[in-house]
Design a protein around this ligand. Structure first.
Ligand code: MN
Length: 397
């Protein structure tokens, strides 16, 4: 079966969005977890952005040896030099050069002609290849680039030595059929050359980042750029967990596989929320607190008879902890506190009492309290007031 490579850009596209900045220590922690998740590439940062970013990429490259590390650079010599410096300690470095190719971006943002763009792309990829073994090229705003020009861009990039061609829907404007068709055209134009990987990078402005990424896979794309919890510029990037679980659950339909350890998805999602303090929406697919909670009586009844009635993914598959709780009149609140912590909830003493009361009441009723029930209760009790108040109430208690 064909493999789709997962390029994680949580530490670059994700980290640059408001509320998600991380220090070097935090980046290393997350990068280690991304390695445990078994992503194929970690984009660690944009080294020209600041000395701190450059040093962070360097540190990640030193600490995480088992996964290729990518660094982003505009098609400018100073950017490429900064990325080369940052990647110097990497076991498997990848230089990621980008330039916008849509007429709008070329004219308004870059003040460049198409010819100048082609020249800069060729020159910077050739220059990069002299220093780094693997170069990826991204045609920023590819989704709104004239298709004939985009084909020329790809030809120039391949001839200059790029082996990964990323064609992003930078502004989240594409719809699946269109985005897939773009890749089909480019593949036909290039004649599907050996050793060249096409890559998708989608944003969620219209809520279609994951759908567009999957359409790209159907059109032959074999690398998807995505982020944990779907964080990223504006409405975010395609969510890694949604992409890989969709490919896994619908494997027969897509006919591809990924190397991701699905059981690390939930721990990775929770580590990111722990580091940044930004929770995922409770109804978020795959990793949201309600993703496995069944509220309606008819659904609960069905699930008890057979989970397949309303559940296409089991919580265990994606690594939701499954500590078995024996909850009765004599069972400990501490055990519950630990379970809640596993699930990512830090309860104040008052909250613990409330959750405990509701969990034991449920245990009396149903004799069986499942992780999903605890998540649903904890979500109602613990998430309904600002985080700052929780810190206050725990410190008082
Ligand atoms: Mn992006």
């Amino acid at each position: 079966m064909d493999v789709v490579r997962i390029f994680d850009t949580t530490l670059r596209d994700g980290e640059q969005s408001p509320g998600f900045s991380m220090n070097t220590e935090e980046k290393i922690r997350l990068a280690r977890q991304l390695a445990a998740l078994n992503v194929d590439v970690i984009e660690a940062g944009f080294p020209i952005a600041s000395r701190g970013d450059l040093e962070a990429v360097k540190k990640v490259a030193q600490e995480v040896r088992s996964v290729p590390i990518a660094a982003l650079a505009r098609a400018k010599k100073e950017d490429v030099n900064a990325a080369i410096e940052a990647l110097e300690p990497a076991a498997a470095p990848r230089l990621h050069v980008f330039l916008a190719t849509s007429d709008l971006h070329l004219r308004v943002k870059l003040n460049m002609t198409r010819e100048q763009a082609l020249e800069a792309i060729g020159a910077m990829i050739r220059y990069g290849r002299q220093h780094v073994g693997e170069v990826e090229f991204s045609a920023e705003d590819a989704g709104r680039t004239d298709i004939d020009f985009l084909c020329q861009v790809c030809r120039v990039a391949v001839d200059a030595g790029a082996t990964v061609l990323n064609l992003p829907d930078t502004v989240g404007y594409a719809v699946p059929e269109e985005y897939g068709a773009m890749f089909t055209k480019v593949r036909e134009y290039l004649g599907d050359p050996e050793g060249i990987t096409l890559s998708a990078h989608c944003h969620d402005d219209l809520g279609m980042a994951v759908a567009n990424s999957l359409a790209a896979v159907r059109a032959g794309v074999r690398q998807i750029e995505c982020t944990i919890n779907g964080i990223g510029e504006r409405a975010g990037n395609a969510s890694l967990e949604e992409v890989v679980v969709a490919l896994a659950v619908r494997k027969e339909s897509f006919g591809v596989t990924t190397g991701i350890r699905l059981g690390e998805l939930f721990p990775t999602s929770r580590l990111l929320t722990e580091i940044t303090g930004a929770q995922v929406a409770p109804n978020k697919a795959v990793v949201g607190a309600n993703a496995f909670a069944h509220e309606a009586g008819i659904h609960q009844d069905g699930i008890i008879k057979n989970p397949l009635t309303y559940e296409i993914i089991t919580p265990q598959t994606v690594g939701v902890p499954n500590r078995s709780l024996v909850l009765g009149k004599h069972s400990g609140r501490n055990a519950l506190r630990l379970t809640l912590r596993d699930l990512g909830y830090e309860a104040s003493d008052a909250e613990l009492v409330e959750v405990y009361g509701r969990v034991t009441a449920l245990a009396d009723q149903t004799k069986q309290v499942r992780t999903r029930d605890i998540v649903a209760i904890a979500h109602e009790v613990i998430r309904r007031r600002p985080a700052a108040m929780a810190a206050e109430s725990s410190s008082v208690a």
